[in-house]
Ligand binder design. Sequence first.
Ligand code: FEO
Length: 171
Amino acid sequence: MLKKNVEDALNAQILKEEHSSRIYLAMAIWCEANGYPGAAAFLYRQSDEERMHQLKLVHYVNDRGGKAVIGSLETPEASYNSLVDVFQKVMKHEQYITESINDVYAITLEEKDYTTGNFLQWYINEQIEEESTMSTILDKLNLVGDQKGGMFHIDKELEAMTAAAPSPAAE
Ligand code: FEO
């Protein structure tokens, strides 16, 4: 049985994962409308991944005798200044999520809920991977600046990365 404060912290994280999914969906739509089909594919997939992160938490809370709840969310930004702007915001958001996961993990330690702490290890590792991927993309974008050719190349790379990645549900 989950302790109330652990359950509340997991439910807050459920909402944050859903919010992440909606933010990346809004970014994917912007990319698609602005001539970046590769970045759009990458972010649509990222949005699916966040939905999977949310569902994994929902099932965990319910399986442990808690009650998963969802709440209302603010509408994500619909327009961005550039592709660099998009990925800077993705990076910032992932750093925020990493902090949030660490905070939930700290609560599980305080409560000696090692089962939930163990479950959260998956998220801790996922955050390392996501921050590293976003940082690599951002480095490349910063390197090409506003050169159209370089930007086109990165967009193609993002398309290839997305095509090669396993589907979120299979992970
Ligand atoms: Fe589910 Fe990218 O955090």
